[in-house]
Design a protein around this ligand. Structure first.
Ligand SMILES: [Zn+2]
Ligand SMILES: [Zn+2]
Length: 223
């Protein structure tokens, strides 16, 4: 939901899909409790626009590692609102405002997370809530946040991008391919982030399977 949905689809448009599956991706992403799809994607667009310079919401080069990891997300009210560009209707993410179901989900983004927590509790009481919801949710937070912090600090650089992005195999394993972050800054529109067998990318494997099933199409790839 977060990597293939919020990130590669809503923020970067790296493939196409149907309106129902677009909504399914948004619901899946929202169940990870990282705010709404349009909020997430529009702030991420600002990150690519201003990577590691003034205007980047979460740079460990301009700010501290802790700020980039979770300070901007949890502790700073400045980023509670959508970015000004999105509010003004600019940028590719703003075009999703034409879908009322996405706008509603973006507003009531806690819904899928609460439903998932309730399901985990119904299945096995408090242990179900702990191991079926709280622990995995916190795990997915830190995997996602590590892309913003660790992958702009530690790892290798295959491409001479203008930012400090890095390929970090540990984050790539934890975050389904997102740790191939220098590749991603070099080709932000690419559905594939791991470009060789040394660069694990589970999300791309899932997208390829969904492409074979006809659920998604027009995956964009670097030549
Ligand atoms: Zn980045
Ligand atoms: Zn991105």
């Amino acid at each position: 939901g977060i990597t293939a949905g919020y990130h590669r689809y809503f923020a970067h448009g790296s493939y196409r899909t149907s309106r129902p599956f677009q909504f399914a991706l948004a619901v899946l992403g929202a169940s990870a409790w990282q705010k709404g799809p349009l909020w997430w994607a529009s702030h991420h667009a600002e990150h690519h626009l201003h990577s590691d310079s003034a205007g980047d919401p979460h740079s460990p080069v301009c700010g501290s590692l802790l700020w980039a990891h979770m300070g901007w997300f949890w502790a700073c009210m400045e980023y509670d609102a959508h970015p000004a560009a999105f509010q003004a209707g600019r940028g590719r993410v703003a075009r999703f405002r034409q879908y009322p179901e996405l706008v509603a989900l973006d507003r009531f983004h806690h819904g899928p997370g609460i439903a998932l927590g309730a399901l985990a509790y119904a299945a096995d009481g408090l242990p179900g809530l702990l191991w079926g919801f709280i622990v995995p949710t916190v795990g997915v937070w830190h995997a996602t946040f590590a892309v913003n912090s660790a992958c702009h600090r530690w790892g290798s650089r295959r491409f001479a991008t203008t930012d400090n992005s890095r390929n970090n195999v540990w984050v790539a394993l934890a975050a389904f391919g997102e740790g191939n972050h220098n590749n991603h800054h070099a080709f932000p529109w690419s559905a594939r982030h791991g470009l060789t067998w040394r660069e694990p990318d589970l999300s791309y494997a899932i997208l390829r399977a969904l492409e074979l099933l006809g659920v998604v199409w027009d995956l964009r790839l670097p030549t």
